[in-house]
Design a protein around this ligand. Structure first.
Ligand SMILES: [Zn+2]
Ligand SMILES: [Zn+2]
Ligand SMILES: [Zn+2]
Length: 435
């Protein structure tokens, strides 16, 4: 394939940001700017059996790979289409049995290596940016990141060296892992459940803004980029790399740590949403600045502690952690404070996992209004929250509230996903079924 670019856009040098993507024509809100098929992708282990490994279609009549009995497909075509990518993993899973446990990044990198072997030309995923042009930021890696990188490298050799010939040398692999860490994407469904990991070189060309003018959604394993603000010729096109719930200081920290740059977008300069995000409870005697600071420190610690605890604590222990931390933070923070919301969101997730629908619903009801204030106008976080809430209401026979919430989700998704997306059709059907 020769380089034909992407119609309506161009690659350019963005002042202070390096390369970026710029519009050369006008795009209206909801318009598709471009689509990009995944260069490589991998379905997450937890979704095996629920989604096709090849096309990511969600259905309940998939059939499994006869050899490993772990990978599932729509039909023979999907299985054949996936075989070159699945083969090394299939053999490794058969050989290692229960001891097969590479991380998702390792699995993705193995697939990238396989793809690179059979690719000689520019792929349709690389119309403006080649995978090998990805930034690695190797010079900015600290010892902690270096250790993680080396562990991934060792795991790749351990699980795949017998099944992939000519694995690149150590230096190339170190670079490849770093490139994937800075430029990789996670694919999520309409409720933001994690489905897998992928690389989309052209999508990775976009720089970040905390007030983005496009949003990335997925149709199977294809990324779609849609305008969520009016974009004029000459405007730079920005997506967001991170969850935008948090205040400026937290976002900057996250961007610097994961992507090695200091964000200077309008949101980061004006900090216009920080006050609402950090809302303090109305008390007869307002808290001292020191008390607020120490509560913010506590909140950040508990968020980190909870993230780790998810891997080993029981659901009821996790729920208790959520409740205790909310009680403690609630002495100073308002219920609309993002740290309170973070723990409520986690609690809602645990309730959903435990099939405690009433519990999940009451957390969802507390979260949804402040979410709509803190996030930008068109947000996948807000849409997915309306969707979860609407589905919970309908499951609990609260028809009017259910339909109302689903309509709110739909209004956002028609812009972020496009009117013809299968997720949009599904939500429309759910609303229709209530008539
Ligand atoms: Zn399929
Ligand atoms: Zn298999
Ligand atoms: Zn920013």
């Amino acid at each position: 394939m020769k380089n034909e670019g992407i119609e309506g856009t161009e690659r350019f040098l963005s002042p202070g940001k390096g390369r970026g993507l710029r519009a050369v024509r006008h795009f209206s809100v909801g318009e598709l700017v471009f689509a990009c098929p995944a260069y490589s992708y991998v379905l997450t282990v937890n979704e095996r059996g629920a989604h096709c490994e090849h096309c990511f279609t969600r259905r309940d009549d998939l059939f499994k790979c006869g050899k490993c009995k772990q990978a599932y497909y729509c039909n023979v075509d999907c299985q054949r289409g996936d075989w070159s990518m699945h083969k090394p993993e299939c053999l490794a899973m058969c050989a290692y049995g229960e001891n097969w446990c590479p991380s998702e990044t390792v699995r993705l990198v193995a697939r990238i290596i396989m793809k690179q072997k059979v690719t000689t030309e520019r792929t349709p995923s690389e119309r403006l940016l080649l995978l090998r042009e990805f930034e690695a930021h190797l010079d900015k890696m600290d010892s902690e990141k270096d250790e993680l990188n080396q562990a991934d490298l060792a795991a790749l050799h351990h699980f795949y060296s017998k099944h992939i010939s000519n694995i690149p040398d150590e230096q190339s692999l170190t670079e490849l892992f770093a490139q994937v860490n800075c430029n990789g994407f996670t694919i999520e469904d309409e409720e933001l459940s994690h489905l897998g990991s992928a690389v989309f070189p052209d999508v990775a060309l976009m720089n970040h803004s905390c007030n983005p003018n496009v949003i990335v959604t997925y149709k199977g394993t294809v990324a779609e980029v849609r305008a969520v603000q009016e974009i004029n010729p000459g405007d730079e096109i920005f997506d967001s790399y991170i969850d935008l719930l948090y205040p400026t200081e937290d976002r900057k920290e996250r961007l610097l740590d994961s992507y090695f740059f200091t964000c200077q977008c309008t949101e980061c300069t004006t900090k216009s949403k920080d006050k609402a995000k950090m809302e303090i409870r109305k008390l007869s005697s307002p808290p001292e600045p020191g008390e607020i600071q120490s509560m913010v420190r506590y909140a950040k610690n508990v968020i980190e502690e909870f993230r780790r605890a998810k891997h080993y604590k029981t659901p009821s222990e996790l729920l208790e952690m959520c409740e205790l931390s909310q009680e403690k933070m609630g002495a100073i923070f308002a219920d609309t404070n993002v740290y309170m919301l973070h723990m409520m969101y986690q609690a809602m997730g645990v309730c959903l996992y435990m099939q405690d629908w009433d519990g999940a619903m009451s957390y969802g009801e507390k979260i949804i209004q402040p979410y709509s204030v803190h996030y930008p106008a068109y947000s996948l976080n807000v849409a997915s929250m309306y969707l979860k809430l609407g589905r919970l209401y309908l499951g609990l026979e609260r028809k009017t509230q259910g339909v109302k919430a689903l309509k709110k989700a739909l209004a956002i998704m028609e812009v972020t996903h496009g009117k013809d997306h299968h997720y949009v059709a599904e939500v429309k059907r759910e609303i229709e079924d209530q008539k």
